[in-house]
Ligand binder design. Structure first.
Ligand code: FRU
Length: 448
């Protein structure tokens, strides 16, 4: 499989060769960020390992040897990692505490296993695996471990149409403490890759539960929803005053997103694809990429109440915005457009191909890749419903749209990141022109 042209993004993590899906084991430990991923040696899903990369800044990644390989218990499905600084597991020493990864062993059964590292690079499988057994549930995977604020550790994992919580003192012995779901208005797809963490809103602690949902037509493929509520140390309850669950991303291409353990701010990274067409992307020897890392916060919005807001960590790589003169200086840039009422921003190469985004006459933010470039590599990707997508704003009045464009993927952040659209697109040639229609002002920033 050869790519029609080089589609490899500059800012987004991609594997050199082969396949990746979900980000796994996101952890900051000993001065480095670690990113593991669901990895297959060929550019399509299969023979799933955990790959491994590390970074000083979440933006520049260095690949390391694969961390976890399949074994007699099965392939190494998604999971998480923590830094066991107090060595409660006893798998390291007080002077050299371990990084502990919990992953799903996907064999005849899905069960949870542990691997640990003392050097941040090579991983040793725990001889007592699996640490959470399962003989009955067909779906029982994607453990996300975090420090329980009441003491000890908790893992949240996905079990079909709900999530389950397990508690432990030593990260090795786990007891069920609660469950949540089925719930929400997007529950047709099997639940996957949950995450649970606190943020603050007006000085108050609010817990955020992320739940990814496997591909179903109602959701236009695989999407991720979130709930706001409380975690009492044993289980999560959704806050009744919280309007309704929303997608964390209104675009098609942000799935299985989870947050880093051990960072000051809450940083999310997702897999920038959709299971409906992920296997057919025209990128050649590699297939799959991560979203930009995003810092999460909660914002009180006039129309939607408390909402997640995200800001890309990559903003610091871009210089000061300057006015646009109609031509585009390359394939990696950031656009900042402010306006009021309806406006359309269109990127094109002069022929029929064009990609646009903006605010439509009904006041919704939209992004439209239906004429943006290659589409026929997958029958669903080519359908109109996977072309243009829009979502209502949580604010009224003037708006600002920030678009990070990175060759074959873009991320649109609207109204302080309360609406985000992550979108893959494959222009057959780089766009050269930018056009602006409506009452808006646009500026461009280039990488420093
Ligand atoms: C989500 C997912 C997970 C599973 C992994 C397998 O995209 O289906 O539930 O662990 O991918 O690669």
């Amino acid at each position: 499989t050869k790519a029609p042209r080089d589609f490899r993004p500059a800012l987004h993590y991609t594997p050199k060769k082969g396949w990746i899906n979900d980000p796994n084991g996101l952890v900051y430990a000993r001065g480095k960020y670690h990113l593991f991923a669901q990895y297959g040696p060929e550019p399509h899903w299969g023979d799933i390992h955990w790959s491994h990369a590390e970074s000083p800044d979440l933006l520049h990644w260095r690949d390391l040897p694969n961390a976890i390989a399949p074994d007699g218990l099965g392939m190494a499905f998604s999971g998480s990692a923590v830094y066991d600084e107090e060595n409660v597991s006893g798998l390291g020493t007080p002077d050299n505490p371990p990084i502990i990864a919990m992953y799903t062993s996907h064999g005849e059964q899905e069960q949870q296993s542990i691997a640990y590292s003392l050097d941040g690079e090579s991983f040793i499988k725990y001889p007592g695996n699996p640490v959470i057994h399962n003989t009955k549930k067909p779906d029982f995977r994607d453990p996300k471990v975090f420090k329980n604020p009441k003491g000890g550790w908790t893992v949240v994992l996905a079990a079909g149409d709900h999530v389950e919580f397990y508690g432990s003192e030593d990260l090795l012995h786990w007891q069920k403490t609660g469950s949540f779901g089925p719930d929400g208005n997007y529950s047709k797809g099997v639940w996957e890759c949950p995450d649970l963490f606190p943020l603050t809103l007006g000085g108050r602690e609010v817990w955020v539960l992320l739940v990814s949902m496997g591909a179903c037509p109602e959701n236009l493929g695989s999407r991720t929803q979130y709930f706001l509520g409380n975690f009492d140390g044993e289980t999560f309850t959704c806050d009744g005053s919280f309007n309704k669950p929303e997608f964390i991303d209104s675009g098609f291409d942000n799935y299985a997103g989870v947050t880093f353990f051990g960072t000051q701010e809450r940083v999310l990274m997702g897999w920038a694809a959709n299971w409906v067409y992920a296997g057919d992307l025209p990128t050649g020897e590699f297939c799959g990429q991560m979203t930009l890392p995003r810092t999460l916060s909660l914002v009180d919005t006039p129309l939607g109440g408390p909402r997640l807001s995200c800001a890309p960590v990559s903003d610091k790589l871009f210089g000061a915005p300057v006015p646009i003169d109609g031509s585009l200086p390359g394939e990696v840039f950031k656009l900042t457009v402010s306006g009021e009422g309806a406006a359309d921003i269109t990127l094109s190469k002069g022929g029929g191909e064009a990609f646009s985004f903006g605010v439509d006459s009904s006041g919704e933010v939209y992004i439209d890749r239906s004429r943006a470039g290659l589409r026929s590599f997958n029958a669903d990707f080519a359908k109109p419903e996977y072309g243009r997508i829009s979502a209502p704003r949580f604010f009224t009045g003037p708006w600002t749209l920030e678009l990070t464009f990175d060759r074959s993927i873009c991320e649109l952040f609207a109204d302080r990141g309360t609406r985000v659209f992550t979108q893959l697109l494959y222009p057959s040639e780089p766009y050269r022109h930018i056009d602006l229609a409506g009452n808006a002002k646009a500026e461009i920033s280039l990488m420093i």
